[in-house]
Structures are given as structure tokens and as C-alpha cells.
Design a protein around this ligand. Structure first.
Ligand SMILES: Cc1cc2nc3c(=O)[nH]c(=O)nc-3n(C[C@H](O)[C@H](O)[C@H](O)COP(=O)(O)OP(=O)(O)OC[C@H]3O[C@@H](n4cnc5c(N)ncnc54)[C@H](O)[C@@H]3O)c2cc1C
Length: 465
């Protein structure tokens, strides 16, 4: 059976693609591995940066895509794919306007400037009142309407297992449904939107061999399509640029998929009272450095992309909570979390965490000296009090992945490229499957994960014939 579109993956990229194609009366086959559609939308904060939106215009914020592109390139130090960044940025305004049209509400004070990532010069960063879930809530009725009008045929709990190739050309897909039945369908527009591979440690190690994967658990990011892409010699790259985000810790020791994003490491929100040390017991950076990118890169340079936040009873009592969520602050976490531990002495702390004791005690002595002198060797400005304890506390913090770094290469028409950089006829890709580093390079650009994912899916739905 032939469809105008076959879309693999009903998540943040696949759903707008399906809607916009169906709006044009195209016949769409939408395939989804998970039981429910939505992918990671319900987990994401839905943060988007967009220039020239109606929201900005209503608030008299002057902005345009050229300025956005210039700043994005500066933030990523020109390490992203220039033409894809341009494509995304030129269309992000339309995406936000479309979200408003379908009923997504943004907070009244948005867009904003936030310090989670290196900042733009103007207010172009926003997210829905109800985060990613709100986008999903507005999208679902439209999808179900199209299903009822038979513009979209949805197959949940079905995976793509192969491509159909005839006369050297890809013409369709082979699927496996929940009853273990193989099905083949055909289309000139096969859109790969099956998300990432953060649930596949082997693939992560293959694409980013120098990094350790820490991530929140998400079923549906197994990288199955990446494997198919490799079999057909599609180009998959970008993993070497990976840099994990900071502010995470493991809810369960030794479970790298139990990351909780809950430590506030943003000095503009909360100045650090603690010191950050690596496994060798040494400080490695200015903890209150104003650049998010600087802090992230320094943490990623540490062994296993891990560091330890050390403080004492005096800091616990006097400092504002280091937790992002207001759920009882530090004390609440100490009782509940293995990675947030309490010790009677530094020697006990070092022994348990495997931090080098000799270096750690010297680091603390040196830090206390800098606090006295009000002059830190790393240039740290916020030096509120010494670490003298006991008890002493330690949070083991990791740099983690949200979107997958590597992905299937595409050109500015979102056509999939083979290993010789030649477009693969009939095959397109959008979303996390193209790899986060393609759009951001080696440096995180605010709002350029969710924004381009929605935008590229939507664009394919609007333009492919
Ligand atoms: C907790 C959390 C918070 C996040 N926060 C942010 C954020 O703030 N900013 C940001 O930029 N990003 C964030 N992300 C990442 C972001 O949500 C994803 O990059 C984005 O959702 C990817 O969209 P997608 O459509 O490409 O993939 P998904 O939304 O993952 O959708 C992929 C879909 O494809 C289906 N699928 C998978 N394999 C197959 C197969 N073989 N056959 C058929 N279907 C398949 C899956 O079932 C799934 O429904 C976050 C992720 C998590 C887990």
C-alpha cells in the first residue's frame, strides 16, 4: 500500500510533520514504537528560542532571524551546521506562531532571558505555561481529528525494522507490529523522526567513545533507526562534539539512567557556597563563573564527567537551597538520596566517595585560606564562608545527556545523506535523530533543541509533495 508520507516516530518532530501534511490532505502513515504517542514531549520543558514571533511583536521587542543566527553562531563558536541552523532560525518564528494558533499558551512575562545557557542579547526564549506536555495536549486533538477523517493512519506499538529497496532506490519500509507481524508500505516521502539513542549505552559509547552516558530513563530512545541507517550507509556523525549538561545527580548509585536534574548550578540564580572537586580531590574551576558554557565544558573535562559538591553543616544551615525544586531543600534530599551523603569527617567522606583524601583536605585548607584572604586562586568572587564542619556533605554530580548528540546527516532540504554526502532519494529526517550537535555544535544554544525539532518536522509536513 502506498502513502503520501510515511513518518517513523510520533514524537516532537513526527507529530507536527503528520499534522501539517494531513492539513494539506496528504495521506499519512504514522508509525510509533511506544504504546502512546508524544515521545519525549511530555518530559521536556518545551524551551524554544525564536525571533520575529507575534509574541515579541505584541511586546514591542525588536528581533529578527539574522540577529538570532549571529548570536547562535557566536554562542556555539561556529561549531554547528551553519545551513541547518539558518533553516531552523528562519522558521522558528512561524513555529511559535503556529503553537499559539493551536492554543498553546506562554507565560505573560515571556519571552525571557535566562542563564541556564549562555545568553542572547534580547528576549527571545520562551516555553509553554504547561511545558512540553501542553504542546502535546494541544496537538493530540488535531491528530485524532485527522485520524477520524482518515488523513492519518496511526500504528502504535509498531517499529520499523528495514527499508524496502528496489533498483537501488528506497521505496518503502518494513514494519513489525505488536503481534509480530511484518508489514510493508510504500512512499516517496519517508520521514525518519524516531528520536535518539540515550537508552542505548552501546550506541552512545560507539558515537562518543570519550564520554560516559548519564541520562534520565526514557523508553523509545533505543536508536533502532540509527542501526538501520548504518546498514544502508547513511552518514551518522557528530558524537565527538558531545558535552553533557550540568546540574544532574544519580538517584540510584551505579544506575547511569537514574539522572535527576535537580541541582542549581546557575550562579545568577543561586551563588555557590560549596566547592566543586574532581575525583582527585582538586578544584578545577571558578564555581561562580557567569558563563554556563564555561562551567559545562570544565565539568565535561573531568574524569567520567563527574564532580563532587562539598560543603559542611555551617553552609547547610546558612545557604539557600541548592535544589532546583522547592521540595524541602537540602535536608530533604539528605535523607532520601544516596548520592547526597553526610559524614563525620573529611577522611570518612573521602574513603566513601573514593576522592583522594590527601588532595581533598589540602583543597579545603587552601579554599579556607582564600575565603580568609577574600582572594581565590580560580578568581571565584562568592566566598561567603569556610568549610570547617563537621558534619560534612557531598553531592556526586554528573554531566548528562537530554537529546542524543550524534545523528543521521541531512542537508538543508532535510534529505538524508549517505556516507558520500549524496542525498538518499525519498528519505528525510527531523528531530533528535539528526543529532543535537548538528544544530548546536559543541556548545549548548538556548532553545535550539525543542525549537528545531518541532520546526523541521513541521517544515517537512508543509513542503514535501
Ligand atoms: C526529561 C527530559 C527533559 C528534556 N528537556 C529538554 C529541554 O528542555 N530542551 C531540549 O532541547 N530537549 C529536551 N529534551 C530532549 C527532547 O525532549 C528531545 O530531543 C525531543 O523530544 C526529541 O523529539 P523527537 O520527535 O525527535 O523524538 P521523541 O520525542 O523521542 O519521539 C520519538 C518517537 O519515535 C518512536 N520510535 C522510536 N524508535 C522507533 C522505531 N524504531 N520505529 C517506530 N517508532 C519509533 C518513539 O516511540 C517516540 O514516540 C528532554 C528530554 C528528556 C527525557
Amino acid at each position: 500500500m502506498k502513502f503520501d508520507f510515511i513518518i517513523i516516530g510520533a514524537g516532537m518532530a513526527g507529530l507536527p510533520c503528520a499534522i501539517r501534511a494531513a492539513d494539506r490532505k496528504k495521506k499519512v502513515l504514522l508509525i510509533n514504537k511506544n504504546k502512546l504517542i508524544g515521545g519525549k514531549l511530555s518530559r521536556s520543558t518545551g524551551q524554544i528560542a525564536a525571533a520575529g514571533t507575534n509574541i515579541q511583536k505584541r511586546q514591542n521587542i525588536y528581533d529578527d532571524p539574522d540577529l538570532h543566527l549571529k548570536e547562535a553562531l557566536e554562542i556555539c563558536k561556529n561549531t554547528a551546521d551553519h545551513s541547518l541552523l539558518r533553516l531552523a532560525i528562519d522558521n522558528l518564528g512561524d513555529t511559535v506562531n503556529w503553537l499559539e494558533e493551536i492554543g498553546v499558551k506562554f507565560p505573560e512575562n515571556h519571552p525571557v532571558i535566562t542563564y541556564q545557557h549562555d545568553i542572547y542579547s534580547t528576549r527571545r526564549y520562551l516555553w509553554p505555561v504547561g511545558y512540553g506536555q501542553e504542546i502535546l495536549d494541544r496537538i493530540l486533538p488535531i491528530i485524532f481529528k485527522h485520524i477520524s477523517f482518515k488523513n492519518i493512519k496511526l500504528l502504535n506499538e509498531t517499529i520499523i525494522i528495514d527499508l524496502v529497496k528496489n533498483n537501488n532506490q528506497i521505496e518503502g519500509v518494513t514494519l513489525l507490529n505488536k503481534d509480530n507481524k511484518k508489514l510493508s508500505f510504500y512512499s516517496n516521502n519517508i520521514v525518519l523522526a524516531a528520536g535518539g539513542y540515550t537508552n542505548n549505552e552501546e550506541l552512545f559509547a560507539q558515537y562518543s567513545p570519550k564520554s560516559t552516558l548519564y541520562t534520565p530513563k526514557f523508553n523509545g530512545s533505543e536508536g533502532l533507526v540509527h542501526k538501520i541507517a548504518e546498514r544502508y550507509s547513511f552518514k551518522v556523525d557528530g558524537g565527538h562534539l558531545y558535552k553533557g549538561m550540568i546540574g544532574g545527580f544519580l538517584k540510584k548509585s551505579f544506575d547511569n539512567h537514574s539522572v535527576s536534574v535537580s541541582i542549581n548550578t546557575i550562579p545568577q540564580d543561586r551563588q555557590p557556597w560549596e566547592i566543586w572537586v574532581n575525583i582527585r580531590g582538586k578544584r578545577f574551576m571558578r564555581e561562580d563563573h557567569p558563563s554556563a558554557d564555561y562551567r559545562r565544558h570544565k565539568v565535561n573535562e573531568q574524569e567520567m564527567q563527574k564532580f563532587f559538591i562539598i560543603f559542611d553543616e555551617g553552609i547547610l544551615i546558612n545557604a539557600p537551597s541548592i535544589a532546583i525544586t522547592n521540595d524541602g531543600g537540602l535536608g530533604g534530599h539528605i535523607n532520601n538520596d544516596l548520592q547526597f551523603r553526610k559524614y563525620n569527617s573529611i577522611i570518612e567522606l573521602a574513603k566513601d566517595t573514593k576522592i583522594n583524601y590527601y588532595n581533598l583536605s589540602k583543597t579545603i585548607d587552601n579554599y579556607n585560606y582564600y575565603v580568609n584572604k577574600k582572594n581565590d586562586i580560580f578568581g571565584r568572587e562568592h566566598l561567603p564562608r569556610k568549610i570547617i564542619g563537621p558534619p560534612f556533605y557531598c553531592i556526586e554530580s554528573v554531566a548528562f545527556a537530554l537529546p542524543s548528540p550524534a545523528g543521521i546527516a541531512v542537508n538543508e532540504k532535510l534529505e538524508v545523506l549517505n556516507t558520500n554526502n549524496i542525498p538518499v532519494r525519498n528519505v528525510y529526517a527531523a528531530g533528535e535523530i539528526i543529532g543535537n550537535t548538528r544544530i548546536m555544535g559543541e556548545h549548548y544554544i538556548a532553545g535550539m533543541g525543542v525549537g528545531p525539532t518541532l520546526t523541521f518536522g513541521k517544515l517537512l509536513g508543509e513542503t514535501l509533495e
